[in-house]
Design a protein around this ligand. Structure first.
Ligand SMILES: NC(=O)c1ccc[n+]([C@@H]2O[C@H](COP(=O)([O-])OP(=O)(O)OC[C@H]3O[C@@H](n4cnc5c(N)ncnc54)[C@H](OP(=O)(O)O)[C@@H]3O)[C@@H](O)[C@H]2O)c1
Length: 330
């Protein structure tokens, strides 16, 4: 049994883009368990765009990440010591132990994870990002066969899943992603009907060609110019699931220039935070698990090695350097 473990705390709040100085790596002694507690060795940490918002002191839907405390984050791992009769050594568990090699818990809020699916999937397609895709598609957009659905950040953890779910409903699905490699993956591996590379100069023409009948539903992950391009092509009574606006997470303004379309096309825009809908999680996660087990849904991961790599990997995620779900492996 190890005597010490490492964690990363928020050392200072970023101004604009995150810098590595915002974080501090610490080594701590492993605490003694008291009755009822378990000790979990984390194998993977999830890095997610919401972490950028928590790092700033700004008012939002959740409280800021406190300074000098373990950075928030989802983890998967296994129980390595137990003083709790409901958990035994070797049990696989998903939790929110943060940027830390170990987690201590009384078991509350932990999720047992299946042994026949790679544990890392429970941080992506079978975790919060997958659930976000499921909620946005099934509870907000509710697209029907033949309608055109646009998904931004289409190669990512949320977008890649959302697009596949819309395809399964019989929709025409058009992705938007950065670069030819991501777009090829979105079309060939994820089965979208088209994917537009927004880094190409003439991408808006290509986007128009890919949505010849206009757009009925948008799963928006980016905001800004990309969202505006969709707004300009919306059909009457179109629906928009406003999931994320990552183009503004470093504090940039995110203007909506084509706001006229909201009125003239009588659009429904619904922002949502997936953690505010716990009642949907059991159904969503079990449906996703069936589809993943049957290989009906595809996903990919970007894995960085070692806790100390987490700051750089989060910086990369916010710049689009990830390709699929961004994880850290310990
Ligand atoms: N509402 C909720 O409850 C909820 C829950 C989870 C996630 N989200 C949101 O869902 C979105 C996707 O999250 P994810 O975890 O699946 O991340 P992801 O899509 O796997 O990774 C982030 C991607 O965002 C794109 N990006 C970054 N900066 C950009 C910019 N300035 N312009 C355009 N694209 C940019 C990059 O892809 P490209 O290379 O293609 O640009 C990057 O790879 C985020 O906005 C996130 O905040 C919301």
């Amino acid at each position: 049994m190890m005597n010490t473990y490492r964690r990363i705390v928020l050392a200072q709040r970023p101004k604009g883009e995150i810098a590595s100085e915002c974080f501090r790596l610490e080594t701590l002694p492993v605490p003694e368990l008291v009755p009822g507690q378990i000790l979990v060795k984390n194998h993977y940490l999830s890095l997610d765009p919401y972490m950028r918002g928590r790092m700033s002191g700004r008012k939002s839907y959740a409280n800021p990440q406190p300074l000098n405390e373990t950075m928030i984050g989802g983890t998967v791992g296994e129980v390595i010591a137990s003083e709790n009769p409901q958990w035994k050594i070797g049990d696989r568990v998903a939790g929110m132990f943060g940027w830390s090699e170990l987690g201590i818990s009384d078991g509350q809020g932990l999720r047992r994870i299946s042994a026949d699916i790679p544990a890392s999937a429970y941080l992506g397609i079978l975790g919060m990002p997958g659930m976000t895709a499921w909620y946005g598609i099934n509870q907000i957009l509710k697209p029907v066969a033949g309608k055109t659905v646009v998904i931004s950040s289409a190669s990512g953890a949320v977008g890649g899943t959302a697009g596949q779910l819309a395809k399964r409903l019989g929709c025409r699905v058009v992705g938007i992603a950065g670069g030819p490699e991501k777009c090829a993956y979105v079309q060939q591996a994820l089965g979208f009907d088209a994917c537009i590379d927004y880094k190409q100069a003439d991408w808006k023409n290509a986007f128009a060609s890919a949505t010849p009948d206009g757009i009925d539903a948008v799963f928006e992950n980016v905001g800004g110019e990309i969202f505006d391009a969709s707004l300009a092509r919306m059909n009457p009574f179109g629906r928009i699931a406003l999931c994320g606006m990552i183009s503004g997470y470093n504090g940039e303004d995110i203007p909506i220039l084509n706001s006229r379309a909201l009125l003239t096309m009588r659009l429904m825009v619904q922002g949502f935070i997936v953690t505010e809908h716990p009642e949907c999680w059991p159904q969503g996660l079990s449906e996703l698990e069936v589809l993943v087990r049957d290989q009906q849904l595809q996903f990919r991961e970007s894995v960085s090695q070692g806790l100390e790599s987490a700051p750089e990997a989060l910086i990369g995620l916010l710049k689009g350097r990830n390709f699929g779900k961004q994880l850290v492996r310990f």
